[in-house]
Structure formats: C-alpha cells, structure tokens
Design a protein around this ligand. Sequence first.
Ligand code: PBG
Length: 327
Amino acid sequence: MDLINRPRRLRNGSVLRSMVRETRISADTLIYPIFVQEGSDIKEKISSMPGQYRWSIDRVDELLERVVESGVKSILLFGIPEHKDEIGSSAWAENGIVQQAVRHIKEAFPQLYVITDVCMCEYTSHGHCGILCGNDVDNDKTLEVLAKTALSHVRAGADMVAPSDMMDGRVRRIRQVLDENGFVNTPIMSYSVKYASAFYGPFRDAADSAPAFGDRKSYQMDPHNSREAILEAQLDVQEGADILMVKPGMAYLDVLKELKERFNQPVALYSVSGEYAMIKAAAQSGYVDEAALICESAVCMYRAGADMLITYFAMEIAKYIKEGRIG
Ligand code: PBG
C-alpha cells in the first residue's frame, strides 16, 4: 500500500508515545479542596463523596500529612461554621473556622500553599451566596461582606483568595480592600465562569450550603451560554483577577478552551463534587475502572487548556503521575 502518512508510526511503544505527547501534567498544578468544620474530634464521612471527609482542625493534620506526602502543594479551604445567620457573619469572624484553619495550617505545614474559597453560602441561614433583599441576593451589599471575608482570610495568612459567589464587581472590591490594607501581592483566583450546576449537589451536602428556597440562577450562569462566559472573564480581568476559573469541569471544556485562547491570565478548572461522585459511584458498582477514568479525565481537562486543576482526586492524580501512568 502506497501510504505516505502513517500516524501509527508515532504510536509505536511507550517511549515514543511519551516523546510526542502534547499534554504534560505536573503535580505542581493540582489543587486539593478540603472541608474544615468548627468543633473538635471530627472526621466525618461525606456520604455523597466517598473518601472525602469534614475535618476539625485538631484532626486535619492526618489529612495534611498525606497531602504533603502525595506531592500536592496547594489546597483550597472551605469552612463549615457552627453558627449561621442572615448575613453570614461567621464568614469574616477573626476566629472563624477558615481563619483558624489557615493560621494552623500555615504554622504546621508552611510548605502548603493555602487558597481560601470566599463565599457566603456556608455561613448564611438561608444558604444563598450573599445578603438577601426580599428573595433576591443584593449584589452591592454582598460585595462589602465578601471583601471583609477575603481580608480576614488574608490577615490570617491565606496565600490566595478565590471568590466563588458570582456577584458583579466582587473582584474589584476585594482587590481594593486588600490593597488598602497592604496586601497588594496577594493574588485573586476568580471563579469567573461559574455555572448554576447540578454537579454541585454533593458539595452542598458536604458544606451544608444548599439554598433554603429557590436556586442560584440569579447569580450563577446559565449552562446554555458561552459568549457570556467571555464577558464574565473580561470583566474579571479588568477588575484585576490574577487567575480565571471555569467551573464545573468535565462538561464545560469548550468554555475552558475558549477562555484559554482569548486571555493571557492562567486558567484554572474546577472538577467539582458531582464529577467526583459519578466516578466513585460508577467504580463502586464495578461499571468502570476508577484509576483509568481518573487518569483519562484529568488528561482531557489539561488537554483542553487547564493550567491548574482543582480536584478531589488531586492526591490520586499525583500518585499516577509518579507512577508514570500519566504525565
Ligand atoms: C460556594 C461553592 C460551591 C462550590 C464551590 N464553592 C457550591 C455552590 O456554588 O453551590 C462547588 C464545589 C463542588 O461542587 O465541588 N458557593
């Protein structure tokens, strides 16, 4: 057969395949989300996320030692407070759960890079991501509490803040307040393009943050839209976001790719709780090979353009990189 081009030539043997590989993955770019809960002696299973727990600060070292050992270098903290109220005041309390956790972690594990999620939904009695006005979230009032919360995290020692509320103008307001207080070098990773998604279901169990009424569609994005994603990212860039994020991951890789092509900021992807739960559930039923699925889906997210990947599988992925299964 007179064939000039034979793509199969470059697929011959693992050495050659890894030589011509287009996507390289490093544990340096993995971010592991952790749930910290107020109280003591807590290591509570999250039933919809097998293998993930809520930790009190006095027990979390057990997990953090494993994180460090795995080669994962950054974590994303979510807090579960004891006390919730209308305005979510525990979110910016000096001795709030995230603030205490950050102080503890930066002292006990100074090598870990600590990012904090900045949002109100875990702290409000109604479970919405801001201050209510009637049945709607008041955008501009919420900016003030978000900025206060971000500042309190950074004062406690957070290396980076990640606002996930989807209010308009929050990056600008947080940047202003951080700068006024001398934190000009603390980066903001903005959940720029965050869709109103059913993939967050297990997270809301984990963080006890489901809205008591209604949904989040008046602030999170409609999954039908992708040009709007460009607009959201553009605004965040203008407001001073250092890193742009797309969330969820797997079903939104077209949006990720588009952002990667259009912007020069690093782009992070958040592979969320529902994605984790689906892989876990299918694997537990024996329908799929868990390790192979974790590897393949991670590779695909990087191939689509993720510079960083936030995932509950971070430690597993780091292990598979070390073993040479991916990378
Ligand atoms: C807080 C927040 C959520 C997630 C990250 N930050 C939940 C939500 O918006 O309802 C979801 C993360 C996940 O599902 O893994 N607003």
